[in-house]
Design a protein around this ligand. Structure first.
Ligand SMILES: NC(=O)c1ccc[n+]([C@@H]2O[C@H](COP(=O)([O-])OP(=O)(O)OC[C@H]3O[C@@H](n4cnc5c(N)ncnc54)[C@H](OP(=O)(O)O)[C@@H]3O)[C@@H](O)[C@H]2O)c1
Ligand SMILES: N[C@@H](CCO)C(=O)O
Ligand code: NA
Length: 445
């Protein structure tokens, strides 16, 4: 008997998934076991790129998740509701779920995984982060024995495309965004992408898997790329950096907490020490592996002990790539159904109960890049240096190369500093008579 799928949504990802399921030749033989039993959509009148028997397509999505014949529900409709309720209903009805919906998982993961565990079924979400890139299963399975220290990702293709074009063309954010929208690389409402919200959803999921606890989205510091200017991209270039929107989850070591030199903590300390989880544009040294990830591509760098660094790279979106992840999840579940074991596989299930402790941004130890517009007076650089010194902020470089009209432009890169100290220094500097404005402030990897 075949495994019956109820697919919710037949848009980009749903269509890609149906195409993959219908094109079995040369792929894994388990695909033969799968029947596309129902596909739920909003409108039956829309033209579709795939052919399905007439009784398969329906607008009654409730009926799909309540149908006893359906074994696996594939949620590729997106949005928060009714996606959340339909996932919960499917799980309560004893169906496994595959979803590509990072927004729903990042917000409702706690109730979704609790419901799945109570019902003894699995929620698979490989497509939710990094699209086609295998990163969820590697974190859950292949890397599970590692003590994860850092997960850093370029996890939003739209913003990486915009920043790459700004870099290569020397263009403004607004011009590139408008062009990206015209070409279909950015959505009409680009908020979730350009303001970093999509990346925050994704790093919440990755951090939860990497560090073994739940994450409150509200605890993630999130800054998008609207403020990144072509001036900063040009300065970064001169200083040996590119600007990327990074999503970062990092274990803060006890030594960092104490503001001291880095030491590797023991297991007990690591399990208790808080995380830094954040999304922001970042100056990345050109020699760093993430610096060369361009265009719509995504990459996720994981650093763990004992493995060291591993990087996952590939297409973070698109019909075929995302369908690859969705369909691999489906195959995993078909294998589970065929082996018919009553004992849940702890490497497939998500059993986190506790929430991770997230450190406030003021405690972050990082390098900073800052650009100042000042009146061109004697002693300004000296005063900046002295004020930073008073707050324990050590400067790695300070350059004054350009002018913006009458105003001199001074760019500073710091050594590692405590963010709180740096901001205290900046508050004082803002009041200097010679300082006109501080147009940019970016963290440096
Ligand atoms: N696109 C990508 O490359 C990509 C990559 C990774 C993850 N994802 C995730 O995958 C999910 C789907 O994305 P997508 O790009 O495929 O979206 P999409 O093209 O907008 O397709 C959404 C589909 O869901 C159906 N739908 C939506 N709301 C519905 C409702 N209330 N009732 C019935 N049907 C409804 C739509 O029906 P109609 O066709 O009748 O309108 C459509 O078929 C999202 O969670 C997204 O974040 C997408
Ligand atoms: N909007 C997302 C799509 C994949 O989640 C991006 O730009 O990467
Ligand atoms: Na993925």
């Amino acid at each position: 008997m075949g495994v019956k799928l109820g697919i919710l949504g037949l848009g980009t990802v749903g269509t890609g998934t149906v195409q993959l399921l219908q094109d079995k030749t040369g792929r894994h033989p388990l695909l033969q076991e799968i029947e596309i039993y129902r596909v739920g959509v909003r409108s039956l009148d829309k033209p579709r790129a795939v052919e399905l028997p007439t009784d398969v397509l329906t607008t009654d999505l409730e009926a799909i998740v309540n149908d006893p014949a359906v074994d696996i529900v594939v949620e590729v409709m997106g949005g928060l509701e009714p996606a959340r309720s339909l996932i919960l209903k499917a799980l309560s009805n004893g169906k496994h779920v595959v979803t590509a919906n990072k927004a729903a998982i990042a917000r409702f993961g706690a109730e979704i995984f609790t419901t799945a565990n109570q019902a003894g079924v699995y929620v698979m979400l490989e497509a939710a982060v990094g699209g086609g890139i295998p990163v969820i299963q590697p974190l859950k399975q292949s890397l599970s024995v590692n003590r994860i220290n850092t997960v850093i990702g370029i996890v939003n293709g739209t913003t990486n495309y915009i920043l790459t074009r700004m870099q290569t063309e020397g263009s403004n954010f607004n011009d590139v965004l408008a062009d990206a929208q015209r070409l279909g690389y950015a959505e009409a409402d680009p908020t979730a992408d350009v303001d970093g919200l999509d990346a925050a959803d994704k790093i919440a999921i990755l951090a939860s898997l990497g560090f073994g606890g739940r994450i409150h989205l509200k605890d993630i510091y999130t800054e998008g790329i609207r403020q990144v200017s072509k001036t900063d991209i040009a300065y970064a270039e001169k200083l040996g950096f590119v600007i990327k929107l990074l999503a970062i989850a990092k274990r803060i070591t006890s030594a960092e907490e104490n503001g001291g030199t880095l030491l590797r903590g023991d297991a007990a300390t690591l399990s208790l020490s808080p995380l830094s989880v954040r999304v922001h544009p970042t100056l990345v040294p050109k020699v760093h592996p993430l610096a060369s990830i361009n265009g719509v591509y995504n990459a996720i760098l994981v650093e763990g002990e004992p493995i060291g660094q591993v990087m996952f790279f590939g297409p973070g979106a698109g019909a075929g790539a995302t369908a690859s992840a969705v369909t691999s999840d489906i195959l995993n579940l078909v294998a589970v159904l065929k082996t018919n074991t009553a004992v849940p596989n702890p490497l497939l299930a998500c059993g986190h109960q506790e929430y991770c402790q997230i450190a406030p941004m003021a405690e972050l130890i990082t390098r900073f890049y800052a650009r100042f517009l000042t009146n061109d007076q004697p002693g300004v650089i000296g005063k900046l240096g002295t004020c930073f010194g008073n707050y324990g902020v050590s400067l790695e470089s300070i350059v004054q190369t350009g002018f913006q009209g009458e105003l001199a432009e001074i760019v500073v890169v710091t050594h590692d500093v405590r963010e709180g100290n740096f901001r205290q220094a900046l508050a004082e500097i803002r009041d200097f008579e010679a300082i006109e404005s501080i147009p940019s402030l970016l963290r440096v990897l």
